[in-house]
Design a protein around this ligand. Structure first.
Ligand SMILES: [Mn+2]
Length: 496
């Protein structure tokens, strides 16, 4: 059956139709890999446990469910409390759904029979979760392959499938994780279609935000607008991560927007805004950052820092292709930053010497970018044999891999003026000698600039997924047009 003929996930209107065939292909790719692995015996069965519906602390208030990422990649199932199995030899899937109590029909709606889910997900066999032991026993598997492994970004361990009666089976929990993570690293054409969509909607949402920004607004008003646009136009109930809407000095707080600093500042005239937000559709994410002046006009200093970051971003986009090592792209961005900061006058001296003392990490303490997919920091960054580079800046990279066609990454260079890091550098004789103390103090409190685009590594280079105004001229023109005036928005609002 062609992917386009089967059922699909769709939220109507202009939202994207995602064929169930996307997940069938993922399963096929996984089984192909497993059959090629000499440690996987014949008659193996993969068993995954889906995400569980949870409540807010001790209350009976349900938390909006979001499927567990590995389970989603494999089955594309939106319901909670399911399991899924795949016969590795044949590739045949079995979906296990919870047997719901009669009260469900009163409070939650119609209880659908297995037949319903067979059609919804194009899976030939659907059984109840209380039947897992008997159904699997009837298949007489040599081994159950369950998922246990460390997420190299969070350090957390996956939740391994378990069910009553599992002790009667031979279980291997180490083979599956590296194999399925590796499948997730390379995106299929159908997955790329989804990521193009999430990027298109999220890019449009960022543009809506740029149109709406005004001195005097709260940061959270723009967070709200982004979410509203993504959901109402794109069917995106979730964002891929907590929105970061920093203005002024908050734009140098890398993970601003958290509970202790929930995008609550009033945007002021002269602020730079750094808005890092991405919508998620059917669990596929996006991760985009736009930096621009709140009043629509760059000051000379804002333009200088912005263009320094833009040149590192474009240098990386030019250089990316299969065979390139990602840490080298980080080093490239660092070098461009150091050259540009020297032109601006914030730094002085020889750039090669600055590189030797890791001066780039003072201004860009995070990694250049990361894999993107069902998780915003997608899996597979450090498989066995790829070591984290324990040096400033580079140690924050979420992957140190050599790039391959079909990988999807963010390219997100930034320059930030973080007092803590500047003070540390000034206290280090090796670094302090490059800092120009007649100019640097002017940039204290500047905040930061990040330019973050999502890309696909193609056969010969990159496909840019993100589409927002990027040059100083384009941003100023876009914001001026949106606000119906070429004057700065501060003067527009003060005229009222
Ligand atoms: Mn990112």
């Amino acid at each position: 059956m062609a992917a386009s003929e089967g059922p699909f996930f769709w939220l109507g209107n202009e939202t994207l139709k995602i064929p169930a065939g996307l997940f069938a292909l993922n399963r096929t790719r996984l089984c192909d890999r497993l059959r090629a692995n000499s440690n996987v015996p014949r008659k193996s069965i993969v068993l995954l446990q889906g995400g569980e519906q949870t409540n807010r602390y001790c209350t009976d208030t349900g938390v909006i469910f979001r499927q567990e990422s590995y389970f989603h990649w494999t089955f594309g199932v939106t319901e909670a409390d399911c399991y899924g199995a795949i016969d590795v030899d044949s590739g045949d899937p079995i979906l296990f759904i919870p047997r719901l109590p009669e009260s469900y029909a009163v409070w939650m709606g119609k209880i659908h029979p297995p037949e319903f889910f067979k059609k919804k997900y194009a899976v030939a066999e659907v059984r109840y979760t209380d039947e897992i032991a008997t159904v699997l026993a009837s298949k007489n598997p040599s081994v159950l392959l369950t998922l246990r492994g460390v997420n190299t970004d969070s350090g957390s361990v996956t939740r391994e499938a378990s069910f009553e009666g599992i002790s009667q089976f031979t279980v291997n929990n180490t083979i599956l994780h590296p194999e399925i993570a590796e499948c997730r690293v390379i995106k299929t054409d159908m997955e790329l279609e989804v990521l193009r969509y999430t990027n298109k909607i999220s890019s449009e949402a960022h543009k809506e935000v740029m149109k709406a920004v005004k001195v005097g607004k709260k940061e959270y008003e723009l967070e709200s607008l982004f979410q509203h646009y993504c959901y109402t136009r794109g069917g995106m109930r979730h964002t891929s991560y907590t929105c970061i809407c920093g203005s002024g000095n908050n734009s140098s707080v890398l993970h601003y927007g958290h509970a202790g600093a929930p995008n609550e500042k009033t945007i002021e005239d002269g602020d730079m805004c750094l808005f890092d937000m991405g919508g998620e559709y059917h669990c596929y994410g996006s991760d985009i950052t736009c930096s621009f002046p709140a009043n629509g006009k760059f000051t000379p200093d804002q333009r200088a820092i912005y263009e320094a970051v833009l040149s590192s971003s474009r240098a990386v986009l030019q250089a990316v292709k299969p065979g390139v090592a990602w840490p080298d792209m980080h080093r490239l961005a660092d070098r461009v930053h150091l050259e540009e900061l020297t032109k601006i006058g914030i730094l002085q001296g020889n750039v090669d010497d600055m590189v030797k003392v890791h001066l780039g990490a003072v201004f860009m303490p995070h990694g250049l970018g990361h894999f993107l997919g069902i998780d915003v920091h997608d899996v597979g960054g450090y498989p066995e044999g790829v070591e984290r580079i324990d040096l400033p800046g580079l140690r924050s990279l979420r992957t140190a891999r050599v790039l391959e066609q079909g990988m999807v990454l963010t390219v997100e260079p930034g320059i930030y003026f973080i007092d803590h890091l500047l003070d540390q550098a000034l206290a280090s004789p090796a670094q302090a000698r490059f800092l120009n103390n007649s100019i640097l103090p002017r940039f204290r409190g500047f905040g930061g600039v990040r330019i973050e685009d999502d890309i696909v590594v193609t056969a010969s280079g990159v496909e840019l997924l993100t589409c927002v105004p990027r040059t100083v001229e384009d941003i100023e023109a876009f914001m001026a047009e949106a606000h119906g005036s070429t004057k700065s928005f501060a003067s527009v609002s003060s005229q009222k």
